[in-house]
Design a protein around this ligand. Structure first.
Ligand code: SF4
Ligand code: SF4
Length: 417
């Protein structure tokens, strides 16, 4: 494996972004962590103020660890200050300098969830028994600072990629309608039903679906300051996906954080060949079907009957892609069953953030508004595109939570197994 060159903060071009900040505090007002944590100085400080103090290297305060990487401040800024990029680079700088500690080891493990999940999935039954054993959870909290308050997600007995290979890959071929599925780690190891639903829905619309070799999108790595790990993963993904894009495939993601990585984080952090092409051809899966396959008409024509009411949450990373409420609107306009929009609250878990023992209470305080909306809404089934938002919604409300692709597969009467 080729070693990546170290990141040189002096080559960062973010200082100019600080000059665009008009100190309006719109970002601070949008920050869900600042709203519940009086000690967190907020995105204006984490972004332009820290960078303004710097003459090349950001002067990073350790409070950057309390930023959940939800990206809401990035969208709130009226002046185009690259807050998310500033936070990501500052976090990487801070983590590179903080030295070895229990927290550093824990964060590196959480950053590389995909590698751990790959190992655990080789013996899924044993792994499931172990990680949800009370004594093991207690040890993980005491030893590593991984909260014992949450139940670990279960590892699938058959991963998505094994299922896809066993069925013989694509069942539809069409040189004019082809997508490459970037499933990410979670749909592969924990929720293969989401990946299966994507394949079946796209094939129902006549699309050829292929599953390229891939690594973690890098979102948990960036969120934990493991920028070199993220860079290696991104390089692998871009090199692979560039070939598919050149062959006429669009890239579709079932996870909004994966889509955000390919569309937003990679162009901000990396200048590899192929990054612009991958960005241009990457879609969140439901977005792709809305734009290219007339999903709306198909849903409108479906026999919905007495469908269970659904409680829909837009993940923050979907908001950062401009997709707020689009799924709820799609179901509503197509009369595809009752869906309640849960509002614009953040779920609070932000990937691995809510798994950290010292962030658990903040994570739940941020999520409180969403939990209240779920309790008040009609229905007992949640719906969202983000796997960790789904985890948090279930944790805070006891609801079952599904992915929109699973609901679409059911509405279109497609095989769900
Ligand atoms: S990314 Fe989210 S948590 Fe971090 S500063 Fe911005 S709004 Fe706050
Ligand atoms: S929203 Fe933008 S302009 Fe306003 S304080 Fe934050 S960074 Fe500065």
């Amino acid at each position: 494996m080729t070693a990546e060159p170290p990141i040189d903060p002096s080559t960062m071009s973010l200082r100019t972004g600080t000059d665009d900040c008009v100190k309006c505090s719109a970002c601070d007002l949008e920050c869900p962590v600042a709203a519940v944590d009086d000690d967190f100085p907020g995105p204006k400080f984490q972004g332009p103020e820290q960078w303004r103090l710097a003459s090349g290297t950001p002067a990073v305060d350790e409070s950057i660890e309390a930023c959940s990487n939800c990206m809401r401040c990035d969208d709130a800024c009226p002046s185009g200050v690259p807050l998310g990029e500033m936070h990501n680079r500052a976090r990487g700088e801070h983590v590179a300098e903080r030295g070895l500690s229990r927290k550093a080891i824990r964060d590196r493990l959480l950053a590389n969830y995909g590698r751990l999940a790959g190992l655990a999935s080789r013996v899924p039954r044993l792994s499931n028994a172990l990680v949800n054993n009370t004594a093991v959870r207690w040890l993980l909290e005491r030893g590593l600072g991984i909260t014992a308050e949450r139940e670990f997600p279960r590892f699938a007995t058959t991963t998505f990629s094994d299922w896809f290979d066993a069925r013989g890959g694509a069942q539809v071929t069409d040189p004019d309608r082809r997508v490459a599925y970037f499933h990410g780690d979670y749909a592969n190891y924990n929720t293969p039903a989401v990946g299966k639903a994507l394949v079946r829905v796209f094939e129902a619309f006549g699309y050829e679906v292929v599953v390229p070799p891939q690594r973690c999108s890098g979102t948990p790595m960036v969120a934990n300051g493991a920028l070199e790990d993220a860079r290696r993963a991104a390089r692998f993904n871009v090199e692979t996906l560039t070939d598919y894009v050149a062959a006429g495939y669009d890239v579709v993601c079932s996870c909004t954080s994966c889509a955000m990585a390919l569309r937003k984080t990679y162009p901000e952090l990396y200048d590899f060949e192929g990054v612009p092409e991958v960005r241009q051809h990457t879609y969140e899966a439901v977005e792709f079907l809305r734009l290219h396959a007339d999903l709306s008409s198909a849903l409108a024509a479906a026999e919905v009957g007495e469908a269970d009411p659904l409680l829909y949450h837009t993940p923050c990373h979907a908001r950062s892609l401009g997709l707020a409420n689009r799924t709820e609107t799609l179901f509503d306009r197509a009369a595809a069953g009752p869906v309640t929009d849960l509002g614009d609250a953040c779920s609070g878990i932000a990937g691995s953030y809510g798994w950290k023992a010292e962030r658990y209470e903040t994570s739940m305080a941020v999520g409180a508004e969403l939990f209240e909306a779920m309790h008040a809404g009609e229905g007992e089934t949640g719906m969202t595109e983000c796997p960790t938002c789904a985890m948090q919604m279930a944790h805070g409300s006891d609801a079952d939570v599904v992915h929109p692709l699973q609901v679409i597969a059911e509405r279109l009467d497609l095989d769900q197994e």
